[in-house]
Design a protein around this ligand. Structure first.
Ligand code: NAP
Length: 508
């Protein structure tokens, strides 16, 4: 493959890599490709600015619940983080900084929505069709669309009849003033526990609709002093040590969070103690006390959730929503709550995010069809029958306890090795051997039984059949080990010229 354009069979030319998405995965992949001397890539982004989750989630109070010195690229430390857990705007600025510093703008096309990608086995090329009618070709396709990119509105009867303002946390309308409004918030997940405390002081009345009480623990958040920031600026080594310390801290805490074991009692104690300390009213205490095992759904870190529920203008409703009318929300006890605005803090369509557009593999099967009973891949990244496709944040690559960026960087390093192999050996494509993928997933399923996410609660971690296809069942260093080396023996390698399997494949 050439530098800017990958030559392939006949007269066709193509990019070496087409990346879809400009969040942490897409941008990180692009940087690493450049560092490896691969310049022939394009990044397609459906939005009008770069950034994924952290561009879209601008709701008041949006911040990361993983420490910023760890929730950033290892190769691009940022000494300027203002606090332990940075707000959304700082993270988006960091992403913009990375794009400028590594001169990625020339590779990015904004406002381009990918509709389908189809693999041409004869040519060994992905054909990517966009909504504007354009078709691009690439030797490699990297899907970097993120798991939390498609906001989902709750499927509540009558929701479309509401005549007030209706918005999702991930599609915040900053022109709409909440001051003196009667606000209803649906949901008590990670987004709700950030937005509710941020808007409660200005709302006239705030009604929070809770379906399931989450486990909440205090957030050890603080602003970095100017001295600390200047230390990080002047001494990258100290900053690196600090990052390693945060990494170790999270890994050491992981057993309390991810395993279904007696250790979770420790966190339950912290959660219950926090409720006792924060809430006097016994009815409210009962309402906020979770009834599922800690860790089964994401543990929420906040210092102001319970304090906000104590406010006189905030009401926590647990009766369950029956329907929505033109005026407001009706709960199962028959009570009607008139509202000016309903905020859906109801999360994302995670299963669809697995294959965010139609991806058609070598045998004409679509990835969504292949994954109808739950997504599966080899090492969370590649799928048999879908050659030269790398899925960032693919099946079972999510973190229950530490930074997603660590997982993303592991996947990027794995994919870049494969792309180099394609180039160096002049391969047409590499395709996972089905038996290797199956074996890997048998291991995933076995380990999953020990994880707390399988302990009976219902969450977006699961596919509709209950199979957990999102999170990695183990420590993050185990994922790093699993993706450390691209093992060509797990793949069928097909050479450019004669379409014959190469040495690596014949050995099997
Ligand atoms: P979420 O965790 O899926 O929470 C959605 C909430 O809406 C849940 O409380 C859910 O109740 C409720 N809900 C959904 N449909 C409902 C309905 N029809 N009626 C009543 N309640 C309904 O979504 P999220 O809070 O947006 O968070 C999604 C993910 O984004 C998180 O898990 C996290 O990974 C990420 N996130 C991260 C941060 C961060 O700080 N890094 C911040 C925000 C979000 P049930 O629990 O009963 O289903």
């Amino acid at each position: 493959m050439g530098d800017m354009q990958a030559k392939s069979a006949g007269k066709r030319s193509a990019y070496t890599v087409i990346i879809v998405g400009t969040g942490f995965s897409g941008v990180g992949m692009a940087i690493r490709l450049k560092q490896q001397g691969i310049q022939s890539f394009i990044i397609l982004e459906r939005a009008t600015e770069i950034g994924g989750t952290w561009r879209d989630n601008t709701y008041p109070g949006a911040a990361c619940d993983v420490q910023s010195h760890l929730y950033s690229y290892s190769f691009e430390p940022n000494p300027h983080w203002s606090r332990t857990f940075s707000p959304q705007a700082e993270i988006q600025s960091y992403m913009l900084h990375c794009v400028e510093k590594y001169q990625l703008r020339q590779h990015i096309r904004l406002g381009v929505r990918v509709e389908t990608a189809q693999f041409d086995q004869q040519a060994g090329l992905w054909s990517v069709s966009c909504a504007d009618g354009e078709t691009l070709e690439g030797r490699v396709l990297v899907s970097a669309c993120g798991a939390l990119s498609n906001p989902v509105m709750p499927d509540i009867p009558g929701i479309t009849s509401f005549t007030g303002k209706l918005m999702h946390t991930a599609q915040w309308d900053h022109d709409y003033a909440l001051a003196d409004k009667r606000v209803g918030v649906i949901g008590t997940g990670a987004s709700a526990i950030q937005v509710v405390p941020a808007i409660a002081p200005e709302a006239k009345a705030l009604t929070v609709y809770q379906r399931t009480a989450p486990w909440v623990i205090p957030k050890p958040d603080k602003a970095y002093r100017p001295f600390t920031k200047s230390l990080f600026r002047r001494s990258p080594v100290i900053q690196k040590i600090y990052r390693s310390y945060l990494y170790l801290l999270n890994e050491l805490r992981a057993p309390l969070i991810i395993f279904d074991s007696f250790l979770s009692k420790i966190l339950e104690g912290v959660g219950r103690g926090y409720i006792k300390k924060s809430i006097r009213d016994s009815v409210l205490r009962e309402k906020v006390t979770p009834t599922f095992k800690v860790g089964c759904k994401r543990i929420l870190l906040t210092n102001d959730w319970y304090a906000t529920l104590n406010r006189s203008n905030v009401d926590l409703v647990t009766e369950g929503i029956e329907r929505i009318t033109a005026e407001g929300i009706v709960t199962r006890d028959g009570k009607v709550q008139p509202l000016d605005v309903i905020i859906a803090a109801t999360g994302f369509d995670v299963p669809t995010a697995a294959a965010p557009f139609e991806i058609i593999g070598a045998d004409g099967d679509s990835l969504n069809h292949r994954w109808r009973d739950g997504a599966e891949a080899l090492r969370g990244t590649t799928v048999a029958g879908f050659p030269n496709l790398f899925i960032m944040m693919g099946p079972n690559t999510g973190s229950g306890s530490t930074s997603m960026i660590y997982y993303i960087e592991s996947q990027i390093a794995y994919a870049v090795q494969a792309i180099k192999l394609l180039q160096d050996r002049q391969l047409k494509y590499l395709d996972v051997i089905g038996a290797c993928q199956d074996l890997f997933n048998v291991g995933i399923a076995r380990k999953m039984q020990k994880m707390v996410w399988s302990s009976g609660c219902k969450s977006w971690y699961q596919a509709s059949n209950g199979k957990i296809t999102t999170l990695w069942p183990g420590f993050s260093w185990q994922f790093r080990l699993a993706t450390r080396r691209f093992d060509e023996k797990e793949y069928r390698l097909v050479a450019e010229e004669n379409n014959n399997p190469t040495e690596g494949a014949r050995k099997r």
